[in-house]
Design a protein around this ligand. Structure first.
Ligand code: PLP
Length: 429
């Protein structure tokens, strides 16, 4: 593959953008090499500026569940654009969006639209703190909730309850209010609540972890958290920015049958435009300004073009059997990847929930963050590049979930597996 134009663009970008990118993982730092620059995207494919085509399993990090450049989404945006780009006053599409989200995710009796997943999670914990009058929040190792200060925190060594910042610039005084638990550890959660349960405003969790590769919850784990929160008067927040409308039409909460107090969304509800949202029980949401005293606002929130894109996508995914077909394609992909690796003696396991999947270079079924981080990342990095050379774009990090879209038909999955057989063979040989 020729990458001359991408290389030239990356050289220019590095002079002007930190690391040459506007979001860190795009820079290929963990897999090595240089990113390609995209010219256009269509269906399951990305096309780079050098004319190379890639089958895309990143899907803009989740939104593109109907494939890129879907005509229905594109036409909805074109129509909206004809009426202006932003109003700064209410419009009908915001009401339709709120009706759609609350219908598809019944735990959300009311919603507030924002502009990104990060804004949604930041706003949700402010609401949780304001509504409970408590300050501490609890998150899980390996879960990502955007780049808000309170979330850039890891467990402090030795102490169960004091979080330590993972980024310079995060005040220790704030990170100390974030306790970090091991995902899928029942006892750790019980112990923490026994110790400081009455101080916890909220537990925030990715109900299926998609930011430490892909790790589903153990049987009963989400229920355990639900019960602890209820018992101790803390709110349970499902961060469904990634899982929402993807692992099932009603998100992970529908898939696992657990009702959170608040839910955060992003990605799919924007159809590829910058959008987030948070929602929950009416009496909680009524505490948000201007209905209540907890402040949160946004110049572009509920933007008419973004609402049009999101509504068109939400319409498409309500087609009967949509998620079942997507899930079946993802299972086929995962089983094919495991078989291809097995044929040449490479140890690989996969995790899959709906149209989210993870590929692990290990012979173990991965259920914890510690297991995910113990996998052979060097092997993943070689496999990533082996696939890229063969025209398949996996997430450029061993710690990201993969995404399948409805444009990934049998032929596309088969082409992916053909590339994987060769890439695994290279790895074995
Ligand atoms: N929450 C989860 C689960 C995410 O995966 C992400 C982003 O990948 C976010 C929050 C932050 O969303 P955004 O990048 O739109 O700010």
């Amino acid at each position: 593959m020729n990458h001359d134009r991408s290389h030239a663009l990356f050289s220019r970008a590095q002079q002007l953008l930190p690391g040459g990118v506007n979001s860190p993982v795009r820079a290929f730092k963990s897999v090595g090499g240089e990113p390609f620059f995209v010219q256009r995207a269509d269906g399951p494919y990305l096309f780079d500026v050098d004319g190379n085509r890639y089958i895309d399993y990143v899907g803009s990090w989740g939104p593109m569940i109907v494939g890129h450049n879907h005509p229905a989404v594109r036409e909805a945006v074109q129509q909206a654009i004809a009426d202006g780009l932003s109003y700064g006053a209410p419009c009908a599409a915001e009401v339709t969006m709120a009706e759609t989200i609350t219908r598809l995710v019944p735990s959300c009796e009311m919603v507030r639209m924002v502009n990104s997943g990060t804004e949604a999670t930041l706003s949700a914990i402010r609401l949780a703190r304001g509504a409970t009058g408590r300050q501490r929040i609890v998150k899980f190792e390996g879960c990502y909730h955007g780049h808000g200060d309170s979330f850039l925190v890891k467990a402090g060594s030795g102490m169960l309850t004091l979080g330590v910042p993972t980024s310079p610039g995060v005040p220790a005084g704030l990170s100390e209010l974030t306790a970090t638990l091991s995902y899928n550890d029942f006892e750790g959660a019980t112990r923490l609540f026994d110790e400081i349960g009455s101080e916890i405003a909220a537990v925030i969790i990715e109900p299926v972890v998609g930011n430490a590769n892909c790790i589903p919850p153990r049987e009963g784990y989400l229920r355990h958290l639900r019960e602890l929160c209820t018992k101790h008067g803390a709110l349970l927040i499902f961060d469904e920015v990634m899982t929402g409308f993807r692992v099932a039409l009603g998100g992970a909460q529908a898939h696992y049958g657990i009702t959170p107090d608040l839910t955060t969304f992003g990605k799919i509800i924007g159809g590829g435009m910058p959008v987030g949202a948070y929602g929950g029980r009416r009496e909680l949401m009524q505490q948000i300004a201007p209905a209540g005293p907890i402040y949160q606002a946004g110049t572009l929130s509920g933007n008419p073009v973004a609402m049009a894109a999101g509504l068109a996508m939400l319409e498409l995914i309500q087609a009967p059997g949509f998620h079942e077909r997507l899930s079946a394609a993802t299972v086929r992909l995962c089983e094919g990847l495991e078989a291809a690796a097995r044929e040449v003696g490479v140890a690989v396991t996969t995790n899959q929930v709906g149209a989210m999947f993870g590929l692990f270079f290990t012979d173990q079924k991965v259920e914890t963050y510690a297991q995910a981080t113990a996998c052979d990342t060097a092997a993943f990095n070689r496999f990533f590049h082996g696939m890229l050379e063969r025209g398949v774009f996996l997430a450029p990090s061993a710690y990201e979930a993969g995404f399948v879209s409805s444009a990934h038909d049998d032929a596309v999955v088969e082409a992916t597996l053909a590339a994987a057989r060769e890439a695994f063979r290279d790895l074995a040989g």
